[in-house]
Ligand binder design. Sequence first.
Ligand code: SF4
Length: 97
Amino acid sequence: MSMLITDLCILCGACEPVCPNEAISEGPELYEVESELCTECVGFYDEQQCVEVCPVDAVIFNPDDFETLEELRAKYLAMHPDRAPTGGWERVKEPVA
Ligand code: SF4
């Protein structure tokens, strides 16, 4: 699963620089998460950084883009083959179904 930025987004831009995968960018109306790049911060942090910094709670788990923890780990390893994981290897927050 990747994260999803909802229309609560006020375009403050706080999430873009904190994403360790550079998955967030400003779209035409809202900031957007590129799902192919988002690992839900698996491999980096125990908490999703975009969720942590969003001042209006606009970032949620994308209900239409589910990935298991194993899939997220594999995604991380494929994107960062030379980097040892530093966090988030065990999911600390289960997505809300
Ligand atoms: Fe980036 Fe982490 Fe947010 Fe995914 S959960 S968009 S990897 S900051």
